[in-house]
Design a protein around this ligand. Structure first.
Ligand code: NAD
Length: 500
């Protein structure tokens, strides 16, 4: 597709009455429409179980985009591209009716026969939908056909392989767009630019100059109404297997030969292959799991995980994971990558801290100063930006080295409304750019790494709950770093002065 060509396609959203469709997909499509990034030649078929007329569905769509719409005049026009098909995903006849509707809309909207199938439904349906799409002729198209598939992609390597084999009967690998919405986030995409467009970082980006890297993704929310899903998942599968390992791969990969999908993916795969596998009793040395108990958050008392809806009162599911990863290659040998993710933590923050090694000697010892390490902090959410922590002399502070921060913030710029991750990913998919989606090789390697950990955890006892809601996680997570002579940089605002 040419660079400035606007994509035409028929998009079928399976699960169109669900939370993801209403909260993310419709508003993202609207933003693309409003910015003029979609051609007039697009139509959407919402597919779900409930019986709805096209008009009722269009009302839902309008309600869902209202909050992001700057111009309410074009909402009706946008919603007029939406159609509804009440559907049972296991019923062949229903696919035949869907196909007929699709053929008619292809014609009406001149979509060039391009089709995107977005599976925004419970994962147990993914395989059977893909099989039906193939067998009932929906993938028989003139233009491109693409499958967008939500997480979780399997529950472990075995189930992920089964699912992959099933969808591969209908779609080739380059037609499968596995969503990891972290890869749509502005600052996650920026990792590549920070690294590969700046002469001052790349020469330092290795074990000679970096002492450790910390990736934290903390939430204040608990499990909310997702207890049933979460009980079978836990933080390791829900966050580490996908988002956390993807961020590590982007941080650690070699500069690709070109910034295209194949080259970037191939470098990320090499990182995942170089990641030291941790199994059996080593797991306890490298990984810490936790589950939140009750506590106080924003002045409110909140309940323990075991007291949440649809959660087993004896549950051993982890809501927190911290881990130390080692990447056994020339660039990273000896540099720990610490990852940490949890629910009901004291603040919501996703952040990467790159801690540089200390300089060889401290010339400021006479003033009894310890110098702070240089840090490069990439703020992913809710703040978006970069901070470089240096030491400099502040005015009037003769001969003293004082920590200073150079900051760039996306969120501080007036009028900039950072595009939603889903907006970018949908746009990428329509343009056929799969760079920010996960390739099967990455999925498989990530599962084999994570499976070793979950297998060990399944066989060993927990002492849950082991962290209070509103805290920074279990004490053992601090011990993990303290053993190496490090500590976690704080989750919230990072005021280095306090760490002197
Ligand atoms: P949801 O439960 O809110 O919606 C499910 C949708 O599937 C509904 O439209 C429902 O009608 C439809 N459905 C269920 N059974 C059906 C059947 N037999 N035939 C036809 N339609 C049927 O779920 P959700 O939160 O929107 O999540 C959808 C997917 O997206 C899941 O895989 C989830 O893991 C993933 N996901 C969701 C979010 C989110 O923010 N909600 C974030 C990341 C990933």
């Amino acid at each position: 597709m040419k660079h400035n060509e606007k994509p035409s396609a028929l998009i079928m959203i399976f699960g169109a009455t669900g939370d993801l469709a209403n909260r993310k997909l419709f508003p993202s499509l609207y933003r693309l429409f409003e910015k003029g990034n979609l051609s007039e030649n697009f139509a959407v078929i919402g597919v779900a179980r409930r019986s709805l007329s096209n008009e009722q569905f269009q009302e839902n769509v309008k309600n869902s985009v209202q909050s992001v719409a700057s111009n309410s005049n074009n909402i009706d026009e946008f919603a007029s591209h939406f159609y509804y098909h009440s559907h049972d995903v296991t019923d062949s006849d229903s696919y035949v009716a869907l196909r007929e509707m699709a053929v008619q809309l292809d014609e009406q909207y001149q979509t060039k026969g391009n089709r995107i199938f977005y599976l925004a439904m419970a994962p147990e349906f993914f395989g059977s939908i893909a099989t039906h799409l193939n067998e009932d002729g929906l993938t028989n198209v003139q233009g491109f056909k693409r499958l967008v598939i939500e997480k979780p992609f399997g529950h472990d390597l075995k189930s992920a392989k089964e699912l992959n084999n099933q969808i591969r009967t209908a779609f080739s690998e380059d037609e499968i767009y596995r969503i990891d919405h972290y890869l749509g986030k502005e600052m996650v995409r920026n990792i590549e630019v920070i690294r590969f467009a700046n002469a001052i970082f790349e020469p330092l980006w290795n074990n000679r100059y970096i002492s450790n890297i910390q990736v934290t993704s903390s939430e204040t929310l608990g499990v909310e109404e997702r207890g049933r899903y979460y009980e079978n998942s836990g933080a390791l599968r829900d966050m580490v297997q996908n988002h956390m390992l993807q961020m590590v791969a982007l941080l650690a990969m070699e500069p690709p030969i070109k910034l295209n999908t194949e080259e970037i993916r191939s470098e990320k795969v090499k990182v995942l292959r170089a990641m030291r596998s941790i199994k059996d009793d080593k797991v306890d040395k490298y990984f810490v799991r936790g589950q939140y108990g009750e506590g106080i958050l924003n002045g409110q008392k909140v309940s323990a995980y075991r007291d949440e809806q649809m959660v087993d009162p004896q549950s051993n599911t982890e809501t927190f994971v911290a881990g130390k990863l080692l990447i056994d290659n020339f660039r990273w040998a000896g540099v720990p990558f610490y990852i940490r993710t949890g629910k009901r933590m004291k603040s919501k923050s996703t952040k990467i801290v790159i801690q540089f090694k200390d300089i060889p000697m401290n010339l400021y010892y006479k003033t009894e100063q310890t110098l702070n390490p240089n840090l490069l902090v990439i703020h992913i959410q809710p703040e978006e930006g970069i901070t470089l922590h240096l030491n400099a002399q502040k005015t009037g502070n003769h001969m003293n080295a004082t920590p200073v921060k150079l900051s760039y913030s996306n969120t501080g710029i007036d009028g900039i409304n950072t595009p939603e991750a889903y907006e970018k990913l949908l746009y990428d998919c329509m343009r056929g750019d799969a760079t920010n989606f996960t390739h099967w090789d990455e999925v498989a390697l990530s599962w084999s790494f994570v499976d070793n950990i979950s297998q060990h955890w399944q066989q060993t006892q927990t002492h849950f709950p082991n962290y209070e809601s509103g805290s920074a996680g279990p004490k053992d997570s601090d011990v993990l770093l303290a053993r190496d002579g490090f500590f976690w940089w704080p989750i919230g605002d990072l005021e280095v002065e306090k760490y002197q």
